[in-house]
Design a protein around this ligand. Structure first.
Ligand code: HEC
Length: 264
């Protein structure tokens, strides 16, 4: 069985090596493939925790580095780009190889206590969300600075990993100077392009073109929407820009993203 899986994997790798996209196999097949037993990691579950009310969950899975090194090869850590973790619901989260090497996240597939592999997303008013097939989790119990990030970088329902250029040309407005927009591009990728699109790039959870949508709003309307969507629309499933950051910083991020989108 193990041999067959390996052969199938190598055939798949040969055929897909130019695409840089890999669909993840089931946990049993992945275990054979990476020749590594699953282990557990205890985290503060950022989708369910509130700042004053942390909730601990222990998950079972594999170190992401071991999976990436098997899937993308031993040079996985020096690729020119980010790893984009793509989810069944169209969400796409970018993570740089350096962050993975620094914090050693896990790709998990079940809870240690045997309870359903689901979360309640308190910040997006959604209950009973399935986390499988894979969920990227970070050791925010050990690395306290990760708590501030909330659930950014914790994509669930992951089924595919893709290598994607860090700053794609399509995200530079109207052939302007790329260097002048790097900060804004990174902010927009992190906070918005996980769900939305810009010039055809980004997630497909809500695949409208952000620049077109933003141009229909005025500056203050836009800022109110992205800093507190649930004040504008009751039970909106769009998350506010990281509420763990100070209000002033959230406002500045919103403004920078707005001006960037207007430059298209
Ligand atoms: C987790 C997914 C997600 C993220 C991240 C997200 N949005 Fe949204 N956004 C939505 C959803 C879903 C809607 C539809 C409104 C609703 O259902 O509440 C929406 C609606 C919008 C709209 C109105 C679109 C229309 O219908 O014309 C704009 C503009 C928008 N988002 C901008 C942003 C910006 C800017 C960011 C980053 C700061 C962002 N969104 C981050 C999911 C997301």
């Amino acid at each position: 069985m193990i041999k067959l899986n390996l052969i199938a994997f190598y055939i798949l790798t040969i055929f897909s090596s130019t695409a840089f996209a890999h669909t993840l196999p089931s946990p049993e097949k992945l275990e054979d493939l990476i020749n590594n037993r699953p282990s557990s990691i205890k985290v503060y579950e950022p989708h369910m925790s509130k700042a004053m009310h942390p909730i601990e969950v222990e998950y079972v899975g594999f170190p992401a580095e071991v999976v990436l090194s098997k899937v993308f090869g031993p040079a996985w850590g020096s690729v020119d780009g980010d790893y984009e973790f793509r989810a069944l619901d169209g969400y796409a989260s970018r993570v740089s190889p350096s962050l993975i090497k620094k914090y050693h996240p896990y790709l998990v597939f079940q809870r240690k206590d045997g309870r359903a592999f689901k979360v309640e997303n308190v910040h997006q008013h959604q209950k009973d969300i399935s986390l499988g097939p894979y969920y990227l989790v970070w050791d925010n119990a050990k690395h306290k600075e990760l708590l501030q990030e909330g659930s950014y970088g914790w994509p669930y329902q992951i089924n595919e990993i893709v290598i994607s250029h860090t700053i794609p040309e399509a995200l530079v407005p109207n052939k302007k100077d790329k260097d002048a927009f790097i900060k804004e591009i990174k902010l927009t990728q992190k906070y918005c392009l996980t769900c939305h699109q810009l010039n055809g790039l980004g997630g497909s959870k809500y695949p409208n073109d952000l620049s077109e949508s933003a141009k229909k709003m005025g500056e203050s309307e836009f800022i109110e929407w992205v800093t507190s969507p649930d004040k504008v629309k009751e039970n909106s499933t769009m998350p506010a820009i990281n509420k763990r950051l100070p209000e002033k910083e959230r406002h500045e991020i919103a403004l920078e993203i707005y001006h960037y989108l207007m430059a298209f």
